[in-house]
Design a binder for this molecule. Structure first.
Ligand SMILES: [Zn+2]
Length: 466
């Protein structure tokens, strides 16, 4: 009897999930028995996802089978269909070569037997293989459509369980959700993701696939809009048929405001500055200190002698951190000591402007999507608007952070010394709309306090209110 091998391939999306390996194998055995073949070997590859993406995926059993066929271990290969055996025309050429050089035939249960010893037979086999290849492409499209559909419906992404949620991705996992919320608070407070990853690893917390955490992995997870309840498709928030971003069918772990703050804290650079954002947290006056020439926010810059600076707007204005902080602190404490003040209720007054900026961004992006405006026009404008938007949002966050508003009646030198930088910032921001820094006019490094100008909020004194 002629010796034969059976080849089966597990593939979820070519011929339907019903076509299991067991059935493929049974059909192949029946065919072998009918043709009087002696089955001496069975090869099976797990190739779930026969899409364009997985085409390069190695099929170790297939390779092994070809090698053993060349060695003469069997003269016939039995498979369920052409598409089970070869996934693209090039692979058919291997089979043809196998026949031409070693006389190995292949037969299938459903695709008919192409006589590779004739030119016609090879032609037919090649056409079938290219039809199969087209089917693989169509399958890839079908799969892509299916994924898009499920994205538009806001279904959780199938597959790996997202960290923070229970299997299925809809209900929160209480323990992991708490870890994420704590991490968010830490990140907003300036803690790096590497430190958090280390802490989690030390505590035995792994990713949902059981791996140790790495800083960049944790950062990527924390930045994902999924945490705030948005469905992601191909790396971006999915857009529904109505043109709106799609909410996921799951419980968010962070509210939008917190998540925005996390993303801002993790952004590698600020829109208006190359200074890493995390540095911004260490300085008393970030957000309050503004360039006297252009009005841009001045950022603290960690160096041997840290400075606040504005650069990149065609000029350089800089001032040493220590004397500026000391001056502002002194002015603030004296101002408070001289007055009995009510803690003012600060309302975020940029809501209208924020909505306008957000609307402008959306409109620009819509024009770009509709190809009315080119990328060169849209993206610089959008980047600039996003800078404004982020600035407004961070103002809003600061003002809406309940409890962050200090009770000014209790602030004196003693309490000031016990305050954290964030608490001090809250005091400064409550009193001062801005602190302007004018360019230096004197030569040398000595600090010139005349360069600093204070812009106060309008805060009624307590006696005026009585
Ligand atoms: Zn400037």
């Amino acid at each position: 009897m002629t010796r034969a091998a059976i080849y089966t391939r597990i593939s979820l999306d070519t011929e339907g999930e019903a076509l299991g390996v067991a059935r493929q194998q049974q059909d192949c055995r029946d065919l072998a028995a009918r043709d009087g073949l002696d089955v001496v070997a069975v090869f099976t590859d797990n190739d779930t996802g026969a899409s364009t993406r997985s085409r390069k995926k190695a099929r170790p059993q297939y390779a092994d089978m070809l090698r053993r066929a060349r060695d003469g271990e069997f003269g016939v290969i039995v498979s369920y269909s052409n598409s089970r055996l070869t996934r693209r025309p090039l692979e058919l050429e291997e089979i043809i070569t196998l026949y031409e050089r070693h006389g190995v035939r292949f037969v299938t249960v459903v695709s008919g037997n192409d006589d590779l010893s004739t030119a016609d037979g090879r032609m037919v086999a090649r056409i079938k293989a290219s039809v199969d290849a087209a089917e693989v492409e169509r399958t890839a499209e079908r799969v892509a459509r299916k994924h898009l559909e499920s994205a538009r419906e806001g279904k959780p992404v199938a597959g790996t369980r997202p960290f923070g949620w229970q299997p299925g991705g809809r209900e929160l996992d209480a323990k992991e959700a708490k870890l994420i919320r704590d991490a968010a608070a830490d990140i907003i407070a300036g803690v790096g993701t590497y430190a958090i990853a280390k802490r989690w690893n030390d505590a035995g917390v792994t990713t949902s696939t059981g791996r140790p955490w790495q800083g960049h992995v944790l950062a990527r997870m924390m930045k994902s809009p999924r945490l705030a309840g948005w469905r992601i498709h191909q790396g971006k928030v999915a857009i529904g048929r109505d043109g709106q971003p799609v909410r996921g069918q799951w419980e968010p772990v962070l509210d939008q405001t917190t998540h925005d703050a996390v993303v801002a804290a993790l952004s590698p650079e600020d829109n208006r500055s190359r200074v890493p954002r995390k540095n911004a947290r260490h300085y008393l006056l970030t957000g309050t200190l503004r360039c006297g020439l252009c009005g841009a926010v001045m950022y603290g810059n960690a160096a041997k002698y840290p400075t606040y600076g504005c650069s990149g707007n065609g000029h350089t204005v800089a001032a040493s951190v220590a004397p500026v902080d000391a001056l502002v602190t002194e002015v603030v404490l004296r101002w408070l000591a001289d007055r009995a003040v009510e803690t003012p209720k600060l309302e975020f007054d940029g809501a209208a402007r924020l909505a306008e900026v957000e609307g402008d961004i959306a409109r620009l992006m819509a024009s770009f999507t509709a190809r009315e405006l080119s990328a060169e026009v849209v993206f610089p404008a959008v980047a600039q608007l996003e800078g404004q938007r982020d600035e407004l949002r961070s103002q809003q966050r600061r003002m809406e952070a309940a409890g962050a508003r200090p009770d000014l009646t209790t602030v004196d030198r003693a309490t000031w010394d016990r305050m954290s930088v964030d608490e001090r910032r809250a005091v400064v921001e409550t009193l001062l709309a801005a602190v302007l820094v004018r360019p230096a006019t004197r030569k040398g490094n000595q600090f010139d306090p005349d360069r600093i100008e204070f812009v106060w909020h309008d805060i009624p004194a307590a006696e005026d209110m009585a």
